[in-house]
Ligand binder design. Structure first.
Ligand SMILES: [Mg+2]
Length: 343
């Protein structure tokens, strides 16, 4: 069986179409780290390890350090023993969620190439396509209206970043997006920007505008599990954790404390092995599942599309990193037709 001979990576700069501002970050050019695992029969598995420091604590520098360290550790490993490859990575890099994710995606991609499968088939082949939302970042309400009107031609679901510096402007952004896209279902993501009572108040004000958000994502600080539960108990809409749900261990804690109605899994947090565990845990607990993304390249988005199609497990999809950025011209393992992503 083919063996791994080399770990390497490239950095790809992706200018964003609109400066991507959330309650926690502002990005005009994202820098994607593309992980490559080469086998001794000349194939190259590709993954992505694009870090967001406030979520996992990792940076471009730490990811590159970790990938360099794994070059020697993975050499000679059997590609077909993909779980062993992932276990080696997890043991050596226990705190490096994003670096592990990139290596896991590359390992599974390489395994699938060798065995003549798509990753969606590898994950179970449940669906051929899935539907994603589009995110509207923290922008002035007038621009939000224009973006929403344009998006409404293509997307039935829009995700709105809130929790910005001004609460009235947050609400006005939601109102303008509703005016610009009256038929669209709206999701809100505060990226930890609200206090618990403020979040409940905000959802009530949205309701008063005639808008019931499809989901309320990470309204409060990630460490404030009680605050999350308070919001969950006081709004009728599903409350999902994102930053508070980094890996299976943190999801287990949220489930034990009945703090959320579901979680937003991102491969840059959980990798493939973590995502599979979280899917099982949430399904057993009857919780909702969302798959999201960072500002990733088509490599990371493709991995998300394949696990979403293969498992058929997700209630909500937010895989839009590839359209928020300018086209990269990179090779893709999925196709996009508007809001529909197919394998
Ligand atoms: Mg989020």
């Amino acid at each position: 069986m083919p063996k791994i001979v080399r770990v390497s990576w490239d950095i790809v700069e992706i200018p964003q179409r609109v400066v991507f501002e959330t309650a926690r970050s502002k990005t005009s050019v994202s820098r994607a780290i593309i992980v490559k695992l080469k086998s001794d029969n000349g194939l190259i598995g590709r993954g992505e390890a694009t870090p967001v420091e406030y979520v996992t604590g990792e940076t471009e520098q730490t990811v590159q350090r970790d990938l360099a360290a794994m070059d020697e550790a993975l050499r000679g490993q059997d590609v077909s023993a993909w779980r062993t490859v992932c276990a080696t990575v997890r043991e050596r890099l226990p705190e490096s969620h994003t670096a592990c994710a990139g290596l896991e995606i590359a390992a599974v991609d390489l395994f699938c190439q060798i065995h003549g499968l798509s990753m969606a088939q590898f994950f179970g082949g449940r669906k051929g396509s899935v539907v994603s939302d589009l995110t509207i970042p923290i922008v002035a309400p007038g621009l939000a209206f224009d973006l929403a009107r344009e998006a409404a031609e293509t997307y039935r679901h829009l995700k709105i970043k809130v929790g910005g510096p001004n609460r009235d402007e947050d609400l006005e952004r939601v109102r303008q997006i509703h005016l610009g896209a009256p038929e669209a279902k709206l999701r809100i993501d505060a990226n930890q920007g609200f206090e618990p009572e403020e979040a409940v108040e905000f959802v009530r004000k949205m309701n008063a505008l005639g808008v019931s958000p499809e989901i309320v994502e990470q309204p409060v600080q990630k460490a404030d599990i009680e605050g999350l539960r308070y919001v969950k108990e006081n709004v009728p809409e599903p409350v999902l954790a994102d930053e508070a749900a980094v890996n299976p261990r943190s999801v287990l804690k949220l489930l034990k404390l009945e703090a959320v109605d579901g979680v937003n899994i991102k491969l840059m947090k959980a990798g493939f092995t973590g995502a599979l565990d979280i899917i099982s845990m949430c399904q057993a607990a009857g919780k909702k599942l969302m798959i999201g993304c960072m500002l990733e390249s088509p490599v990371g988005i493709g991995a998300g599309v394949h696990i979403a199609c293969g498992t058929g497990a997700f209630d909500y999809l937010d895989l839009d990193g590839d359209v928020l950025g300018e086209p990269t011209g990179m090779e893709q393992n999925y196709t996009r037709s508007g809001e529909t992503l197919s394998v």
